[in-house]
Design a protein around this ligand. Structure first.
Ligand SMILES: O=C(O)CCC(=O)C(=O)O
Length: 272
């Protein structure tokens, strides 16, 4: 059974308006220790989807992995039995919450590699507006290396997804979607949101919210676990290309437009 944690109306409203909100003190000591254990287990047992997202000459290392909850009991516990499922259903304003996937994002000390501005949903295989990702650090994250958001960017425009390091169009074909505006060059036009975080805190953001982060300082690890959930209106949107993350074989058993009712995406609220 997931832990209940009621959100105040202001947090739900901020999420609906801005597409991102900070949630303080969501995880207790036991859950934090478990999550840290899960992350270290993941780092020691990277899956075939793992990648190093930093350049070879980067003084640090940006390591990512995806979809490992089935082989990581600590991740399963956090994804299903912490407050996350209840928080997800409230933020999405959805009766149900379905696990979509987990994503590991570790920047080791001194990592120079920034994460460029992007939205997540154009890389995925889902349609619908009711969704949420939680970005959950187990290390303190100062303002200069936290995740930043463009407030309100989840409103509807889908921007062209590209590879982070060399800007290739490997998903939607060139010209199919709007190009990303020059957010950092035109700062006054885009209201940015960012919060320094302590272990136990997280940020929740919509899968269409534009977000980015910088590198990390030489004395800091930035170990982050991201938990992604879908709500009532989410539907399968199979793509002719390999999505990130990919779900091999899913299109053979789940029709275009179907509810994501599959063992890969268990219902975690209100049923378990
Ligand atoms: O951790 C980062 O730097 C990027 C996070 C991100 O892009 C995500 O969680 O979707």
């Amino acid at each position: 059974m997931a832990r209940e944690q009621a959100l105040d109306a202001a947090a739900v409203q901020a999420y609906a308006r801005d597409g991102a909100v900070v949630l303080r003190g969501v995880f207790n000591e036991r859950e934090l220790a478990l999550l840290e254990e899960g992350i270290e287990h993941n780092l020691a047992n990277l899956s075939s989807l793992a990648l190093v997202a930093s350049e070879p000459d980067d003084p640090g290392r940006f390591v990512e992995d995806f979809c490992t909850w089935q082989s990581n009991p600590a991740y399963r516990e956090i994804l299903q039995h912490s407050a996350l499922p209840h928080l997800a259903s409230q933020l999405m304003q959805s009766r149900e919450a379905r696990l979509y996937h987990d994503h590991l994002l570790v920047k080791e000390p001194g990592t120079r590699q920034p994460t460029p501005w992007h939205q997540d949903q154009p890389y995925y295989n889902v349609s619908g507006r009711q969704n949420v990702s939680f970005w959950i650090p187990v290390d303190p994250v100062p303002l200069e290396s936290t995740l930043r958001f463009v407030a309100g960017s989840h409103a509807g425009t889908w921007y062209m997804p590209r590879t982070f390091r060399d800007q290739q169009a490997k998903w939607f074909p060139e010209g199919a979607l709007a190009e990303l505006p020059a957010i950092d060059a035109r700062r006054e036009e885009f209201r940015q949101l960012a919060w320094a975080l302590e272990p136990g805190d997280c940020v929740a953001f919509h899968m269409l919210s534009l977000h980015a982060s910088s590198g990390v300082g030489p004395s800091r690890r930035r170990r982050v676990f991201s938990a992604r959930y879908l709500g009532d209106d989410a539907r399968h949107a199979p793509r002719p290309w390999r999505t990130s993350p990919p779900f091999p074989g899913l299109s053979e058993r789940l029709a275009d437009g179907a509810v994501l009712d599959d063992p890969l995406f268990p219902l975690v609220w209100p049923l378990c």
